[in-house]
Design a protein around this ligand. Structure first.
Ligand SMILES: Cc1ncc(COP(=O)(O)O)c(C=O)c1O
Length: 370
């Protein structure tokens, strides 16, 4: 048996008829920017997230930028985020002209540590930007309290957390604004790039709509300095087809995760934290091991492809070294040395899940303790 880390063609095949019909509709409709497909997707996606507005944009990175700007972030402001995120979070902050301030996550949940956030707030802080890393919703209750007491915005990076929940509220519905990515591998993925800003603030939604379309309110009347960042109607039509499956796909991801966690129980491998009060979206299933090379080699030997999310913390990247200066980011630095991602996607067969579980268990029994 060989189990690839990801296989998007399987998902495409499973919804192929709907996608073909979507192409037909868009081609025949003659509307290739904005239009009905986009409006329908935005309405359905907002309702699915539990917000009143969704604004389609060109990528998750742009969604981060526009979600921050819609929440009031301007050039020179500081935005507090986590050092163990994927670089696009940082690109999104800097594209708003703001300065990313990196803090460590909690080693248990691997999401931003509210205590460290509190210590990092300054006069220039304008927003907190937690990342629901791997699909685990960050500690939004504590972060909401900090944001409210310090008078700053709470913006969620939901790129990995479509459909994840905290105490019954969906990711994206708790912050002032939130950013989603529809990069093809995401829990809800387009067939190309895409993203969305969601919010229940009429004012923030209006700003996001302007910002994605050159700040244009009426034809040739520009009231904000925006950009061109729109979600194509073709991608919106594809996303509409897939949206109706995401709840079931997420259930399948959770069932696979439960199998893996059970298999790893008596090994030296640290499984993801129990999602207390949460519905984990399991965009990724990430374990920690003491000897990563050996663990990955044993799985590769068994035909199981693994990956590392992420091999470096942001400030360990050549382009972002200065963001680490004078900051204690040891939790992130330890995590990036020990994390391994196992294959998790709804189209994995039962046989494949069984094979990965057995191979990970065997490799885990050979691991030194962390
Ligand atoms: C946490 C996080 N934020 C932002 C992004 C940016 O999304 P995109 O690749 O659609 O620009 C991604 C995905 O790449 C991500 O994982």
């Amino acid at each position: 048996v060989s189990v690839p880390f990801g296989d998007l063609a399987r998902q495409t095949a499973s919804v192929r008829r709907g996608l073909d019909a979507a192409i037909e509709r868009v081609l025949a409709g003659g509307r290739y920017v904005f239009g009905e497909e986009l409006e329908r997707f935005e309405a359905e996606f907002a309702a699915w997230c539990g917000t009143t507005h969704a604004v389609g944009v060109a990528s998750g990175t742009d969604a981060v930028t526009i979600a921050l700007q819609a929440a009031g972030v301007e050039p020179g402001h500081e935005v507090i985020t986590t050092a163990n995120t994927c670089v696009p979070t940082i690109v999104g902050i800097e594209n708003a002209g703001a300065l990313p301030v990196l803090v460590d996550p909690s080693p248990h949940t691997r999401t931003i540590d509210p205590e460290r956030v509190e210590q990092a707030v300054t006069r220039r802080t304008k927003a907190l930007l937690p990342v629901h890393l791997y699909g685990y919703v960050a500690d939004l209750k504590a972060l909401r309290a900090i944001a409210d007491s310090r008078g700053v915005a709470l913006v969620e990076d939901c790129a990995q957390a479509h459909g994840a929940e905290l105490d019954g509220s969906r990711a994206g519905s708790i912050g002032d604004t939130a950013a989603f990515s529809f990069y093809p591998t995401k829990n809800l993925g387009a067939l190309g790039d895409g993203g969305a800003v969601v919010t229940s603030s009429d004012d923030a939604a209006e700003r996001a709509r302007l910002l994605r379309n050159y700040g244009e309110r009426e034809r040739f009347e520009h009231v904000l300095r925006g950009r061109n960042s729109r979600l194509d109607p073709l991608q919106a039509a594809f996303l509409l087809v897939k949206l109706s499956h995401v709840d079931a796909w997420n259930e399948r991801r959770r069932a696979i995760a439960a199998r893996y966690t059970k298999a790893l129980a008596n090994t030296a491998v640290r499984a993801p934290a129990e999602p207390a009060g949460r519905r984990h979206a399991y965009h990724l299933y990430v374990v920690e091991v003491a000897d990563r090379e050996r663990f990955r080699a044993a799985l590769a030997e068994a035909g199981v492809e693994t990956a590392v999310h992420y091999p470096r913390a942001v400030h360990q990247q050549p382009a972002y070294r200065e963001l680490g200066e004078g900051r204690d980011l040891r939790v992130s630095e330890r995590l990036v040395a020990t994390v391994v991602s196992l294959p998790i996607y709804p189209e994995l067969t039962e046989a494949e899940v069984g094979h990965v579980s057995a191979a990970a268990q065997a490799a885990g029994l050979e691991q030194p303790s962390l």
